[in-house]
Ligand binder design. Structure first.
Ligand code: ACM
Ligand code: ZN
Length: 564
């Protein structure tokens, strides 16, 4: 059985929650040597020191930041969480220089200048009567707040509105500690496919809360595929009227069908998309959590949904439907100028909706069958001097990259965009293993490691006989944890170009949010730890997971109970 099932929530209805860590206190002075055991924080901090005294958070704990400072917004965020947790609605944030308030029983935000911390690092120093949080920049303050919440067993939704047992806290006491922390990788990503199955705005927000809690900072949103187009594009209304709907969905897994046995379908129309207003809402929500949203608009392959509505941009010019089965399909965007204009019209709106630097253009699994038969594609191939269809794909990607560059964006593509040559500015996502990423990094391109055999969370996490239907493969928790995205053996120059790591969740067999949480947690915690921390110790991680799992369950549990 996977660990997400075996760890039960431990929080019970109590007036005061007292958690003392199972660590021997240092005999003299305020803190012991640097150890992680007992930190109760995932990802493991760089340095963790336990103190000899306790610290209590309660309804009167004040959050103090300079009102004119940029970190004020993070202080407000923390204050809101504490207010919800302790069922208080009084304003707790005060100006640091307001003489009305003493500094006792407070959490104080201090802007610092410490090169080692970078933008995302922070320090927490718990004194007997106050907590000092120092950082160079807002993301650092934000991550300090995430660590503080985990340490004191608080979730960002505070007292879960739907569960009485979370409503009664008046105080939380814990052994005080000191933390110094900063990330290993600048890119710490989580991908979600919303095409095969859709997740609501509320569910995506919960997903982002969980990501932030684990200090993940890029949300790769897979918005278009053969089975559904999920983003409103005002210039092309058929993308939502037609491409967002499939007539029905296949039942079960291909491997469950005998040779020649016809596929069975559920007979249910499946339609869903995000309006531009909803997209803006999610992008804003993510930004408030220091998460950049990367939209993925798939091309040239995985485009059946778009081509069902706009067949003039396919090689066959018709006969394409929004797919209700899984896999790779021959119909792809035809490689010509009118297709580029169509895609650029889409990307214009996408660029306006997503302020981040990256647009993901897909590029994976594009069969060349149609291109080989298509006179238009063959003409383009000849005109562009491409020796084969791989080079034609490279021309396709370069054309779109050039356009996106004019909008100030950079592209990310799956590793197949290396075939036929790639520009030096594309970032490569290595999914079939690590070799694509290493090749890219050796060429001087940035690379993100997301190898399927370690980091696909739609793969099984335990014996398939005991698990819900999944794609296949096996990526159990310890395997995720033991993946090193950039081992020293690669050398410093290659390591420098491996900017980070990401796990992907494709949702062919993940039909609802409950199932999604089952597949993603606790594996996302392991991802977060390898993305952030160099302090890796699987046994210690499992211990800390005992502490964080009930907190994750509180966070997503609210969504399940609202659905009933
Ligand atoms: C992929 O899994 N096709 C990127
Ligand atoms: Zn064509």
């Amino acid at each position: 059985m996977c660990i997400s099932n075996s760890i039960k929530p431990k929080l019970k209805m109590k007036k005061t929650l007292i958690i003392f860590t199972a660590v021997v206190f240092c005999a003299n002075g305020s803190f012991s040597k640097s150890i992680n055991t007992g930190s109760d924080i995932i990802p493991a901090p760089v340095e963790f020191h336990i103190c000899q005294y306790g610290f209590s958070l309660n309804a009167n704990t004040k959050v103090i930041a300079n009102i004119n400072s940029s970190e004020y917004s993070v202080a407000e965020y923390l204050n809101g969480i504490l207010c919800r947790f302790f069922k208080e609605d009084k304003p707790v944030i005060v100006k640091r220089d307001n003489p009305k308030y003493s500094l006792a029983n407070s959490i104080i935000f201090i802007l610092t200048s410490d090169k080692q911390l970078g933008r995302e690092g922070y320090e927490i120093d718990m004194k007997k009567d106050k907590i000092l949080i120092s950082a160079n920049d807002n993301p650092g303050f934000f991550y300090a707040v995430q660590s503080l919440m985990q340490y004191f067993s608080i979730t960002p939704n505070g007292n879960n509105e739907t569960k009485d047992e979370y409503k009664k806290y008046t105080q939380i006491t814990k052994t005080a500690c000191k933390i110094k922390d900063y990330p290993r990788f600048s890119y710490r990503g989580k991908h979600l496919d919303v095409c095969r199955h859709f997740f609501t705005v509320e569910e995506v927000k919960c997903y982002l809360d969980l990501m932030a809690y684990n200090k993940l900072n890029y949300f790769h949103w897979h918005l278009t595929d053969d089975q559904g187009w999920r983003i409103e594009i005002k210039k092309y209304p058929l993308l939502t009227q037609i491409s967002s709907c499939r007539e029905q969905t296949m039942i079960g897994h291909y491997r469950d069908y005998g040779k020649g046995e016809p596929l069975r379908f559920d007979g249910k129309r499946y339609c869903a998309y995000y309006t531009q207003e909803q997209i803006k809402e999610i992008v804003k929500y993510a930004a408030e959590r220091y998460i950049t949203v990367i939209p993925e608009i798939e091309m040239p392959g995985h485009a059946c949904a778009a081509l069902a509505a706009y067949p003039q941009f396919s090689c066959r010019r018709g006969g394409i439907k929004v797919e209700g089965t899984w896999g790779v399909f021959d119909d792809v965007f035809c490689c010509n100028d009118s297709t580029f204009s169509f895609i650029e019209g889409i990307l214009e709106e996408v660029c306006d909706l997503f302020p981040g630097k990256y647009i993901h253009i897909g590029g994976d699994e594009c069969p060349k069958t149609r291109w080989k038969e298509c006179p238009v594609c063959q003409k383009t191939k000849q005109e562009q001097g491409c020796k084969d269809e791989h080079e034609l794909q490279s021309y396709f990607v370069r054309t779109i990259e050039k356009f996106l560059n004019t909008k100030g964006k950079s592209i990310i593509g799956w590793e197949e965009i290396l075939e036929g040559g790639v520009t030096g500015t594309a970032t490569i996502m290595s999914w079939m293993g690590v070799n694509g990423g290493i090749t890219a990094a050796k060429m001087g391109n940035d690379a993100i490691m997301t190898p399927e055999n370690y980091l696909y969370f739609n793969w099984y996490q335990a014996d398939p006989k005991t698990e819900p239907l999944a794609f296949g493969g096996l990526t159990p928790l310890d395997k995720v944890y033991n993946f090193n995205p950039a081992p020293d053996s690669l050398g410093a120059e290659v390591q420098r170009h491996i900017i980070g790591v990401q796990a992907n969740t494709w949702t062919e067999y993940i039909t609802d949010f409950k199932n999604l949480m089952y597949m993603d947690y606790p594996r996302t915690a392991a991802l977060a730890e390898i993305a952030w921390s160099k302090n890796l110790d699987y046994t210690d991680f499992l211990e800390r997971l005992q502490h964080t799992t009930p907190l994750y369950q509180t966070m997503y549990g609210g969504i399940f109970s609202k659905k009933k």
